[in-house]
Design a protein around this ligand. Sequence first.
Ligand SMILES: [Zn+2]
Length: 109
Amino acid sequence: MGSGGLPSGGVTKMYGKRGDLPIDHAKPNSRYDLYVKGKRVQSRWYDHNGNAVRNRDFDHQDAHHNHKFPHDHIWKDKGKYIDRHGRIREKLIRDEDDWVDPDETKYPS
Ligand SMILES: [Zn+2]
């Protein structure tokens, strides 16, 4: 992963609503594409642990008109925490206002 081309873990298409893509426990080294009403609105890439590393947003709310589409968000791993089921998980966050131009070289969509 990260060297261009399709992710080795393949591409999973999901049909649903915004926010449906997993943040963790996804297929390792993969990309998930989210379709809402037949239109791809988001892609998300995952590392070898199945944790989110990058979003590509093709479309979402832009109340302040300060986004350019498509754009990417980079997920940051803030370390481990224990969820309410007692399971150890990675705390993964991304800042919705902190977006970058799409990296179509390393993360072709
Ligand atoms: Zn966005």
